[in-house]
Structure formats: structure tokens, C-alpha cells
Design a protein around this ligand. Structure first.
Ligand code: LLP
Length: 453
């Protein structure tokens, strides 16, 4: 039945690929906006319940383009940027500078200067060296720059090691114990306004204990900071990292944002009461939880092959028990448009989008077209055994950290991004062409040699 094709934003997947090409990133604008509102409402209403307010930053690193930045601003969110490039996108979208937070462990002096000149709301200071740099830039522009200090709460969130950022032995932030000393350095600068601490314990976190423990530890130093400042510390930024389900299996375990919001508000209220400090204004920076599930990547199947598992090393994987063969399904993209399976062993869920077929009976691995055996799009899923060349596959939950981590490995152009809603689609990020990639090669440029010294 033709009508039972997969639709996104009320448009058939195959109509989208026919119009915009394959592979194609599709963002359901209605879903993204709804999620932004849901997350915003959950976090701000819980903050209000404990007598404060909250700013919700959308972490642009998850996926940023001018349209998406504008949607987020329209939904009341601020934007967290992590580079001069992301800053430019947010500003180009018309995001109010005071609604921008600027992060990074190695912002360049010129990036800091641009951010201060633009009037960004908050700069998150990651290191002692940066205190001077931001202070100087602010003084040069005759501004008083609001800053937060990024600290590590020492909480090791249970997530993939590369995604955990608040234990001590990694590149971000300063130990919590150093916060009073660093805060004094910040407070000594007339061009800096110290508004509080920032902590981000990691990403794709399911267990909420880590968030709670981290908030508690941060607030335990607020009395000392207040003493140093001679005033209350007005704000606390608890970062992002809220985990989402990528596959139906994970759905039951992924935390509801409303629950995270409630638990965090409770622990903040409790910790402040225990420490004898007023409840600060809160800030959060979720990226994935807002945009992840509104994205789908569409691919076209090129080739398939069947591999016998019996007797092969693959048969050892318990997840493959009960299957005698695996169907490899090769698509027209891969690790260049979604690096996450290769980088983190991330799981994804795939469906045939162009037709209704027999029951899902075949163990499949969807792989890309790149010259690397780790070029996997979906490590393991079930699809009808008759999946074949020309089929359109939809891989779910590719809204976060897919386009933003994309590469041109093997000179494969990055696909375009289209936004769909209510039966209409529009391009929001151009795809690249092979000609554009070829044009990067330079031949016949004039030689240069350093002047002897
Ligand atoms: N705030 C800070 C300071 C961050 O470093 C991050 C993510 C976020 C907020 C947003 O985290 P989210 O809510 O999206 O989890 N490439 C990895 C994720 C790296 C996250 C880096 N920082 C992945 O694809 O899973």
C-alpha cells in the first residue's frame, strides 16, 4: 500500500529524496519547536516552584544553522555557542547577544574579543589564563563582562568515557576546590562580573543521580564564594547532557526532562537551605534532548550482501544469538554524515521508508560507502529480509551531533538539511557538491618561503 510510506512532517520520505536528493537530513520543525518548548517549560516552571527563574540555553554544538538558532530564540531559549563560528551563526539568526553564552577551553583571543564586542551575555571561563584575556578584552571595549567559572564537580557521570566531562582528568574546567581562588582573581577585575559557577558533567546521561550530586557539590562552595564576593552569588549553570532514546529499547530508560527538572530543583532548594544561601537563578544547556529526536536521515540502499554467522567470529556476540546470518545493507552515506557509531559505538534505529513489506525478520547491519570497516550507520536492527537496492531507509534520531560532526571523508559531499512541517519542506542548510570539494584543491599557487632571520 503506497500510502503507508513513512512520512515526516506529513511528507513522504520518497518525495523528500526525489526533491532534495539522497542522503538527506530531515528536521521536523514542529517536533523540534515542541521539544524546545517542553524542555523550556519543564526547567523554568521547576525553577519557579523553588522561588527562582531559569535560562535555558540551546547547546548549538548539537546542530546549529541560522534557521534553527532563530527557532530556538522564538521559543524563548538562549543559545550556547562554543566557537567563533557558532557565535556568527547565532548572531546572523538575530539572537540577542545577551541571550548567548560562550564556551570553550581554548577560545582564541580574537574570538573572545568578538564575543565581548558583540555583547554576549555570558562568557564561561575555563582556565586561569582566560581570566586575564576576558578581563582585558572587556576593559578594551569599556564593558563589564558577565562571566561564569567552569568547574569540575568530580562527578563521573555514567556515560561513554569520551562524553563524560566532569571528572578531573580531562581538558575542561577547573577543580571545584580551585573555585574560591579563581573567583577571587575574577572578582579583582573591575571589567568582570562574576555571576556564578558552571558545570557540565557529560552528555547522553540516563542516570539522574550525577546531575543531583553535581549540583549539590557546586552549591556547597557558594557560601565561601559569597563571602569572597561580599554579596550573594546570583546564578548557577548546571549544563546539559540529558540523555535520549535512540532505539525503541532505550525508550523506557531515557529520563523525562520533567523528572530531571524536578529532581534538580529539589536538590538545589535543599542544598541552598543547607548552605544558608539564597536560591540562585538557574541555567541549563541541553542540546541533544531538544534537537536529537526531531532529526531523521534518509538514505538509499545501493547493495546488500548476506554473511553467514555460524562459525564466524561474529557469532560470538550474544546479541546475535538465534540468527544464522547477517544482511549487510550498504547505503549512499555513512560515517561522513553520522560519525557517532564509529566514534562512540552509538546505536540507531532504521526502517524501510518507501514501502510496507513483510515482517522484520532479518538481522541487518546498515553500513556506509566509505573505505573503512568501522563505517557503520546502524550496528544491529531487524528489517524485512527483502530490503533491496533502491529502497529508502530512514534512520531515526539523527538531529543531534550528526550534521555537526560530519566530514568529507573520501571526498563525499555533506548532505543538505531540510526542515519539514505541516506538509511543507524547505532547505535550511545547503548540501555540498563534488565540484565544491574538488575546488578546494589548489594547483600552481605561488611558492612562499620565510624571510631568512
Ligand atoms: N554544555 C556544555 C558545556 C557541553 O560541553 C555540552 C556538550 C552541552 C552543554 C550539551 O550537551 P547535550 O545536552 O547535547 O548532551 N559528540 C557527542 C556529544 C558531545 C557533547 C559535547 N558537549 C555525541 O555525539 O554524543
Amino acid at each position: 500500500n503506497e500510502c503507508r510510506e513513512l512520512k515526516i512532517g506529513e511528507i513522504r520520505a520518497t518525495d523528500l529524496t526525489a526533491q532534495f536528493g539522497s542522503p538527506l537530513y530531515v528536521i521536523d520543525e514542529g517536533a523540534a519547536r515542541a521539544k524546545a518548548r517542553e524542555v523550556f517549560t519543564a526547567l523554568t516552571s521547576e525553577a519557579e516552584r523553588i522561588g527562582t527563574s531559569a535560562t535555558v540555553y540551546y547547546a548549538g554544538k548539537a546542530f546549529l544553522c541560522v534557521e534553527v538558532a532563530a527557532w530556538m530564540a522564538e521559543e524563548g531559549l538562549a543559545i550556547d555557542v562554543a566557537s567563533g563560528g557558532e557565535l556568527s551563526v547565532a548572531l546572523a539568526a538575530g539572537v540577542k547577544p545577551e541571550m548567548i553564552g560562550f564556551h570553550g577551553n581554548n577560545k582564541s583571543v580574537s574570538e573572545i574579543d568578538r564575543a565581548v564586542a558583540a555583547g554576549v551575555g555570558t562568557i564561561i571561563i575555563d582556565s586561569e589564563i582566560e581570566i586575564e584575556r576576558v578581563a582585558q578584552a572587556a576593559a578594551a571595549h569599556g564593558r563589564v563582562q558577565r562571566v561564569r567559572l567552569r568547574v569540575n564537580s568530580g562527578v563521573h557521570a555514567s556515560t561513554h568515557d569520551f562524553l563524560a566531562t566532569s571528572h578531573e582528568d580531562q581538558k575542561f574546567g577547573q577543580p571545584l576546590a580551585a573555585a574560591p581562588r579563581l573567583a577571587s582573581l575574577v572578582l579583582a577585575h573591575a571589567s568582570l562580573d562574576f555571576v556564578g559557577l558552571h558545570c557540565h558533567i557529560g552528555s547522553q546521561i540516563f542516570a539522574t543521580e550525577g546531575f543531583r550530586e553535581s549540583a549539590k557539590r557546586l552549591l556547597s562552595v557558594y557560601p565561601e564564594l559569597a563571602k569572597l564576593a561580599g554579596r550573594d552569588i546570583p546564578e548557577l549553570n548546571l549544563g546539559g547532557g540529558f540523555g535520549i532514546a535512540y532505539t525503541p529499547d532505550q525508550a523506557a530508560d531515557a529520563p523525562e526532562v520533567s523528572r530531571i527538572a524536578r529532581e534538580l530543583a529539589d536538590i538545589v532548594a535543599e542544598s541552598c537551605a543547607a548552605a544558608g544561601v539564597p536560591v540562585p537563578k538557574l541555567a541549563f544547556e541541553p542540546g541533544r534532548a531538544i534537537i536529537g529526536q526531531s532529526g531523521v536521515t534518509l538514505y538509499t540502499v545501493g547493495t546488500t550482501k548476506t554473511v553467514q554467522l555460524a562459525g564466524s567470529d561474529a557469532a560470538a556476540d550474544p546479541a546475535d544469538q538465534g540468527f544464522s546470518e547477517r544482511l549487510y545493507v550498504s547505503v549512499d552515506g555513512g560515517m561522513s554524515d553520522n560519525a557517532r557509531p564509529a566514534l562512540y559505538g552509538a546505536d540507531y534505529h532504521v526502517r524501510i521508508a518507501n514501502r510496507v513489506s513483510a515482517a522484520d525478520a532479518a538481522l541487518v547491519r546498515v553500513v556506509g560507502k566509505h573505505c573503512e570497516s568501522g563505517d557503520i550507520v546502524v550496528q544491529r536492527d531487524l528489517l524485512p529480509g527483502d530490503v533491496r537496492p533502491g529502497d529508502t531507509l530512514a534512520v531515526a534520531t539523527t538531529g543531534a551531533y550528526c550534521w555537526s560532526l560530519a566530514s568529507n571523508y573520501n571526498y563525499v559531499p555533506r548532505p543538505p538539511v531540510v526542515a519539514v512541517t505541516d506538509g511543507r519542506a524547505r532547505l535550511i542548510v545547503h548540501g555540498e557538491t563534488e565540484a565544491e570539494l574538488l575546488a578546494k584543491s589548489v594547483t600552481g599557487a605561488a611558492d612562499w618561503a620565510p624571510t631568512p632571520r
